[in-house]
Design a binder for this molecule. Structure first.
Ligand code: NOJ
Length: 450
């Protein structure tokens, strides 16, 4: 074993997926359509007109997929629960067949010695709630997320001990209702868009409360966010301070609010009449303490000290800056380290989880039936080095989920982008562990960067 890069403490090593991206079986067992089904059906929204109707057909292949995870040596698996399977009407009467799938999944994971980590909301909002209230435009959606999460917790949290309320508020609010690039594809005026993001945070708050109240046994609850993380352009005190200021400012309407339970007065003043409507009760829910904070890290951002009122300046990456098969995943040998460190130093989180880290690569199977994704393998190695540095310096990283277990429906990119450590042949649904997956198995076994 490589002693030098052995982690000084155990880390929970896992892989992540999300319901809409892998399950398929869109019409099975009473599931109702979600906003992504409707969005995919609109011409021009998703590359090649792809959708999650079949995806990796995980719904029907769950046992074999869990067996694969066990063979890879995964210690934990992060999956999400499809709201339209459990409450096809968004609320009201639960669908027992929907719950049954997750019951079987959880039992199967536990039988294989894999810890289930469950995400309550990973973007597949029941379409009926978009039609009824405009989706996240209404606080009703936030409340109903609470009801859904409470119900799921009541039935699964006798066995599931770690729960994420929501995945990436930024994506399901800002990208979806302000920028219009993800489902439901709306471009709302400023005031409404600010309200949507507030409502997303509130959804986290309601879910957090409901899971605590309904889980039959002790459960750890957190969120995971694609927090904008600025690294210092190089590590001298003035640039480190600049990166801290830039990171705090960039996360003004999500992580900073979840951590503090209040909006930065400068944000409220800046937005004036366009500021979101909220009350003290809501801010209490939003700011309630979590047991862990998750970081999903893809982009690579730099800041440097500057002689201006903010005290920092962003340093853009060049056109040719090394990136992977999607423009938003860039090489960043220190980004994960700084993400962990900012979580602790800026917001005081003392149980930090990497909810997602991974890359899209142009993977191909060779004539020997192998997928030699050296690029992904090296990327993983670099982020594990970062994690190693953070842990060695005493920052509280405890679990790490690679995105993703297997290739899947990459939202607006459809199936054209592959993020998996397991290659999926979408014609035959055959799974093949890539080089990166084999590498990861070794890392897990040794709890060391190899
Ligand atoms: C974040 C999202 O949570 C996940 O669904 C997505 O596939 C990855 N990023 C890669 O874009």
């Amino acid at each position: 074993m490589n002693q030098f890069y052995a982690f000084p403490k155990p880390i929970t090593w896992g892989a992540a997926t999300a319901s809409y991206q892998i399950e398929g079986a869109a019409h099975a067992d009473g599931r109702s359509p979600c906003i992504w089904d409707a969005f995919c059906a609109q011409p021009g929204r998703v590359l090649n007109g792809d959708s999650g109707i079949i995806a990796c057909d995980h719904y029907h292949r769950m046992e074999e997929d869990v067996k694969l995870m066990a063979d890879m040596g995964l210690q934990a698996y992060r999956f999400s629960v499809a709201w339209p399977r459990i409450f096809p009407d968004g609320d009201g009467r639960p669908n027992p067949k929907g719950l049954d799938f997750y019951n079987r999944l959880v039992d199967c994971l536990l039988r294989h010695g894999i810890e289930p980590w469950m995400t309550m909301y990973h973007w597949d909002l029941p379409q009926v709630l978009l039609e009824r209230f405009g989706g996240w435009q209404s606080k009703e959606t936030a409340k109903l997320l609470g009801d859904f999460a409470g119900y799921v917790a009541q039935h699964l949290c006798d066995r599931v001990k770690n729960v994420f309320t929501v995945n990436e508020i930024f994506c399901f609010t800002e990208y979806s209702y302000r920028l219009g690039v993800q489902a439901p594809g709306l471009v709302l005026p400023r005031k409404q868009a600010n309200q949507v993001t507030h409502n997303g945070c509130l959804g986290h708050g309601y879910a957090l409360q409901a899971i605590r109240q309904n889980a039959p046994s002790d459960v750890k609850i957190g969120f995971t966010e694609n927090t904008a993380i600025y690294q210092p352009i190089w590590e001298t005190p003035e640039h480190i301070e600049a990166a801290r200021k830039a990171t705090k400012a960039a996360n003004y309407n999500i992580v900073d609010v979840l951590a503090n339970g209040f909006y930065d007065p400068a944000f409220l003043a800046r937005e004036g009449a366009d500021a979101p409507e909220f009350n003290d009760e809501e801010m209490k829910l939003i700011g309630a303490p979590v047991d862990f904070a998750g970081l999903n890290i893809y982009d690579c951002l730099y800041a440097e000290a500057a002689d201006n009122p903010e005290g920092y300046r962003m340093v853009p990456t060049t056109e040719a800056y090394p990136k992977f098969d999607v423009p938003f995943v860039k090489v960043g040998p220190q980004k994960l380290y700084w993400g962990i460190r900012h979580y602790k130093e800026l917001w005081g989180y003392d149980n930090i989880v990497i909810g997602e880290s991974g890359v899209a690569c142009d993977d191909h199977m060779n004539t020997d039936g192998e997928v030699l994704d050296t690029d992904r393998t090296m990327y993983l190695r670099s982020t594990f080095m970062d994690a190693h540095r953070a842990v060695s310096e005493g920052y509280p990283l405890n679990a790490f989920f690679v995105w993703s277990l297997m290739d899947n429906f990459e939202w607006v990119y459809g199936y054209s982008k592959r993020f998996g450590m397991v290659y999926v042949n979408y014609t035959t649904q055959e799974r093949t562990v890539k080089l990166s997956g084999k590498y990861y198995s070794n890392v897990i076994r040794e709890n060391a960067v190899l």
